[in-house]
Design a protein. Structure first.
Length: 117
């Protein structure tokens, strides 16, 4: 199968975001990519030849990671803490690049969040 045939079939598939290309078409593209790679052509060049995005071709060639199954979680009730107890405790905020802000109460934390947004 030539790159022209594959380009035509890809265009006919008219896949929208989130939809899958037919398995048989993906397999044909992988066979074509194998042949081209054996000729010394890069995967990026193969993707350009076929008019598909490079990362899409790579997903087809390497396989998509399997979705992880949902796992059960246990939800526990935490003891109620009064507002006075919250404001009496020092809050520590860790931001990116090692920035740490310590000693905030709830009001100061709210002010920090507003100033950062």
């Amino acid at each position: 199968m030539t790159d022209g045939d594959l380009k035509r079939r890809i265009a006919e598939a008219k896949i929208s975001r989130g939809k899958k290309y037919p398995t048989e078409l993906r397999q044909a593209i992988n066979r074509y990519a194998d042949i081209r790679r054996a000729d010394g052509v890069t995967s990026k060049q193969v993707a350009e030849e076929l008019g598909v995005k490079w990362h899409t071709l790579m997903h087809w060639r390497t396989g998509r990671p399997k979705k992880k199954a949902l796992v059960p979680v246990n939800i526990i009730k935490s003891p109620l803490v009064s507002h006075a107890e919250l404001t009496a405790k020092a809050i520590i905020v860790r931001l990116g690049r090692g920035v740490t802000v310590e000693g905030l109460d709830i009001g100061q934390l709210a002010q920090l969040i507003r100033s950062l947004s």
